[in-house]
Design a protein around this ligand. Sequence first.
Ligand code: GLY
Length: 310
Amino acid sequence: MSAVIVVHGGAWSIPEHLAEASVDGVKAAARAGSSVLLGGGSALDAVEAAVRALEDNSVFNAGHGATLNIDGEVELDAIIMDGRTLACGAVSSVKNIANPVTLARAVMEKTEHVMLTGRGANQFAESVGVAAVPPEALVSEYERKEWQKHKTYVTGVEEDFSSRWAHDTVGAVAVDRAGNVACATSTGGIRNKMVGRVGDSPVIGCGGYADNSIGAVSCTGHGESILKVTLARLILSHVEQGKSVEESSRLSLQHMADRVRGSGGSIAVSPSGEWAATFTTTRMAWAAVDQEGLWYGLDPNDRFQETLSQ
Ligand code: GLY
């Protein structure tokens, strides 16, 4: 069984000045996840490592560099799911945690619950030794300037995309040598969102889903649209019915466009190592490592390959 990891750095437009950094960032995250898998680590460890790399990179809308809400504050959401057992952990609206995906994993492994939010998530973080950072430490200079420039909310439905909106969510899916799948997704949400707004990313079956009997998916795009069609689980329902992960992703994103005028993207992997990176937005930075090497892309017809040195 060969291990595979796929990562995304978020759908939407990605202006030219962020293009190279976005591609470099997803390639680095895919390499980070892949080295976990090559070292015999689990799919769960690999998706956490990849998403942490993306959260630490202020080019992306997660962790450092996340978008700001209407009050100019960071509010972060994340999920992680283990396809072996359907165990899942999520956090929402956390303001001062640099790696929400790791806190989500702690929720999964150390509580009887699936999701913690706001103050409770922070109390739990303190109790398990996940360090808090000053909220301002997560705000990039770029995002503060963008927030000051654009005081209106971009709804995210199809006709509302523009180059002023750079990135959405980050995520990763993986299958390890034992055939176990996992997913992780992390986001700052949508700029100028209402205080307390929670999007799709931390919601099981919407921002992500993983089940060893079907596959794993991480989603990006307009959260309210993704929530309405339960995008991650919808993609896997098509896979369950015998379609490829590529066709299942395409059909589900098209359904979201037709039904609620929502745009977005997804990455998916099956237990046998079949994978796809699919989007209906202008761009989505993605990268994958499989037995043939490193694959990556940004524009709709991109599919570049590099060999990986061992
Ligand atoms: N897809 C992320 C969000 O809408 O919050």
